[in-house]
Ligand binder design. Structure first.
Ligand code: PMP
Length: 408
């Protein structure tokens, strides 16, 4: 699966005109040898790279693809809207249909705002929390990813200390560390930002510990601060009403993007009634934020997720993958660690601190026709059926064999 031919030629040309070959997390230079950078086509849970090689895709575009690539009902809705108009002097009626649908679907939501990317949504949540409370401090979990702008970027290049001046840090799943940070901010605490589960790159995924979500809710209620759920990555995969619905904890503000429109560019902020005025007062906008096509796609995506109970389907297929990986590892005498919700799993090898074994597994599985990721949570989508998962498991077999050859 060497990067010969078209992929290599494109990378070489890109290297001359695009800094680093590609910005951000989709840069394949960070993936094991043999991973393609460029794709020519996608359908359901299958991807074809620029050289025409087909794989079963377990990354789903790093989250946006929730129903499957190129889903017919979503694409039909998008095309129907595109034939009428997309980028106009104001939104199309579909905006109101979608806003009503989101407010109906997400129990804490009294209102919503739409934008394009997860970073737009998390940044708007922070601004609205500050406007609504008249306070400055924000609590963020150490290592959590919330976007690609100075207040939250994982890189400090080009970022000033002032950009981060009002952030205080806690450790995910450590309620005492949240209480301590909230005490330090007392009187000036605007909000607590938290992801649906701990899904930091290159470490084992942790689900919220019992009582953790409730502790955050209590601290926010006690101080009159906003609990902000960053559901950009997990939203619409774990639960259609918001990822903390199963925990019985509702946020004041939530940020969504990725899966909301099955690959079309859209993000949403939802909020409670007490923040409606703040959401009116802050200035949040973008040239493309009223684009109608992604809204039509989102409406169709949410309808389909309800119709087929998407989260349950992805959970079942994720569990099938997890069970098959466990059995495969055992056959090869390999100790593995599987973490995260079944819809968003991560596979690690024990004591593989530098991910050398994980990379060998992924490279061999890719050559055998399955796209897994060694360090980032993967994403099931609703096009994964038992046959697709089993094709993935057959490829994983080659991955385990490669790791067994490396292991002492
Ligand atoms: N929050 C979380 C939890 C995310 O996973 C991401 C994207 N990986 C973002 C925010 C930022 O979203 P975007 O890349 O669409 O700006």
């Amino acid at each position: 699966f060497a990067n010969t031919s078209r992929d290599a030629a494109l990378r070489e040309r890109a290297g001359r005109v695009i800094p680093g070959g590609l910005w951000g997390h989709l840069n394949a230079a960070r993936l094991p040898e043999g991973y393609p950078q460029y794709y020519s086509r996608a359908e359901g849970c299958r991807l074809w790279d620029a050289d025409g090689r087909e794989v079963v895709d377990f990354m789903s575009s790093w989250g946006p693809i929730v129903l499957g690539h190129h889903h017919p009902a979503v694409e039909e809705a998008a095309q129907r809207q595109a034939a009428l108009g997309d980028c106009m002097n104001g939104p199309a009626p579909v905006l109101v249909d979608l806003a009503e649908r989101l407010v109906e679907t997400i129990p804490h939501a009294a209102w919503c705002l739409l934008s394009k990317n997860g970073t737009d949504a998390t940044t708007a949540c922070v601004t609205i929390a500050r406007a609504g409370t008249g306070r400055r401090k924000l609590l963020v979990a150490r290592g959590s990813y919330h976007g690609a702008v100075p207040w939250c970027s994982p890189s400090m290049a080009g970022v000033t200390a002032e950009d981060r001046a009002h952030l205080l840090f806690y450790d995910y799943n450590d309620a005492d560390s949240v209480r301590a940070a909230a005490e330090a901010a007392r009187g000036d605490l605007a909000g607590i930002l938290v992801t649906a589960f701990r899904h930091d790159m290159a470490r084992t995924l942790d689900l919220p510990a019992p009582g953790f979500a409730q502790a955050l809710r209590t601290i926010c209620d006690d101080q009159g601060a906003a609990l902000i759920l960053d559901d950009v990555r997990a939203g619409f995969r774990l639960h259609l009403g918001g990822s903390w619905e199963t925990l019985g904890v509702r946020p004041d503000l939530a940020a969504y993007s990725k899966a909301i429109a099955n690959g079309h560019p859209l993000a949403a902020v939802t909020g409670r009634e007490w923040l409606r005025r703040a959401a009116t007062e802050v200035f949040t906008t973008g040239s493309f934020w009223c684009g109608a096509v992604p809204m039509a796609a989102a409406l169709a995506t949410i309808a389909e997720l309800h119709r087929i109970d998407g989260p349950a389907r992805m959970r079942a297929m994720g569990q099938r993958l997890r069970d098959g990986l466990a059995a495969g590892a055992e056959r090869h005498g390999l100790a593995i660690l599987q973490s995260g919700p079944p819809q968003m799993p991560l596979l690690q090898f024990e004591r593989d601190v530098d991910f050398r074994l994980g990379e060998a597994f992924c490279a061999a599985a890719l050559a055998a026709g399955a796209y897994f990721h060694p360090r980032h949570n993967m994403f099931l989508n609703c096009a994964h059926d038992a046959a697709a998962v089993d094709r993935g498991l057959a490829a994983a077999e080659e991955g385990f064999a490669a790791v067994a050859r490396l292991s002492p």
